[in-house]
Design a protein around this ligand. Structure first.
Ligand code: AMP
Ligand code: MN
Ligand code: MN
Length: 330
């Protein structure tokens, strides 16, 4: 399902009629959230708008994303009062904006730019393409029709969104189109090796040690193909790691031979348990996350459990996972 050209025209008119804009992205931001929000923010500034970029978490990106251009556009959500135009990027629904949800809904106009299959189609104008590998891909493809221009810094931001959401161009959402866009971003000045070093060789020793601890405790269940581990708050403190550094931690469980589903249970500072889920191509984990009150893509999804303990949250998840069929000969 592609983006309607009429919607792009309406978005362009909203942008042209605006003097200022707030670009917002989702809580627990990932590389696509950072890259898309900052890349779009920089494009809108080039077009002459007064731009603020925010998300409902601490505004400083984790160290490995500190290289991203456009950080001068960032404003803490506590100081943001969006009125005129708001653009939400990489947000499947308004509640993904956490504490910014109410502020966004009060804005005059909302443009919703996203690639999640469960997008609720909130907002005044919707540029939602569920076939896009990343929100950054949509921004790249639609920039011209939105009246926006690229430069090297913007290419760096969009490449970051693309390379992180596609797992370095290896996840099932990677298409020939993704590579074409990546190639054009490289021609604009995004340097794949430099960005590899920034993003994927940017771990602190504390983070590496925490990863080692969690991997050494991981449990694998051959019957269901589930590999999982629980990360209590206390462990973050003990290793000296911030929660916002742990967005990619689940990838350390995904290299396991014959696993089908990877689950990372993270205790939040309010005691609730956030569950990150990943699956291999034939298993739809988005449906599982939705039935537990969350959402996401087929192969990458998440939710926050209502259960009070890790053990209960684990049982709840197992109850939703359908065992793989053993009669593979049929
Ligand atoms: P995460 O494991 O937090 O990186 O999330 C993986 C994917 O699932 C992302 O694309 C999110 O958009 C989606 N997701 C995670 N948590 C939620 C939630 N509570 N509600 C809706 N979507 C979620
Ligand atoms: Mn995201
Ligand atoms: Mn995304």
């Amino acid at each position: 399902m592609g983006i309607k050209r009429g919607e792009v025209g309406r978005a362009r008119r909203l942008i042209e009629e605006s003097e200022s804009v707030a670009v917002l992205s989702h809580q627990n931001p990932d590389g696509d959230a950072f890259g898309s929000a900052l890349g779009l923010g920089l494009m809108l500034r080039r077009a002459g708008l007064k731009v603020k970029v925010s998300w409902p978490d601490q505004i400083e990106p984790p160290q490995k994303y500190e290289f991203l251009p456009g950080k001068e556009l960032l404003i803490s959500h506590a100081n943001l009062r969006p009125r005129g135009l708001v653009i939400a990027v990489d947000c499947a629904n308004a509640s993904r904006l956490g504490e910014l949800e109410d502020a966004m809904l009060e804005a005059n106009s909302i443009i919703n730019i996203d690639h999640h299959p469960d997008n609720s189609m909130f907002g005044t104008v919707k540029l939602v393409d569920v076939d896009a590998s990343a929100t950054a891909e949509i921004l790249y493809k639609e920039a011209g029709d939105l009246g926006l221009e690229m430069d090297r810094d913007i290419a760096v931001c969009l490449y970051t969104g693309l390379v992180t959401d596609t797992g370095r161009f290896q996840f099932s959402n990677t298409s020939a189109e993704t590579f074409r866009i990546a190639s054009e971003l490289v021609e604009l000045g995004a340097d794949p090796n430099r960005l590899y070093e920034e993003i994927f060789q940017g771990d602190t020793l504390s983070y590496m040690r925490l990863t080692g601890e969690l991997v050494s405790r991981a449990v694998f269940e051959p019957e269901t193909g589930l590999v999982y581990v629980f990360m209590p708050q206390e462990e973050l403190r003990r290793f000296g790691v911030e929660m916002n550094e742990t967005e990619d931690l689940i990838d350390s469980l995904r290299t396991l031979r014959e696993h089908r589903i990877a689950a990372l249970f993270k205790e939040q500072d309010d005691g609730r348990i956030r569950v990150s889920l990943r699956s291999r191509a034939d298993t739809d984990i988005g449906t599982v996350a939705r039935s537990l009150g969350g959402g996401g893509h087929r192969a990458a999804a998440g939710y926050t459990s209502d259960k009070g303990s890790f053990e209960e949250a684990l049982q709840e998840l197992k109850g939703e996972i359908v065992a793989p069929r053993r009669d593979s000969g049929s």
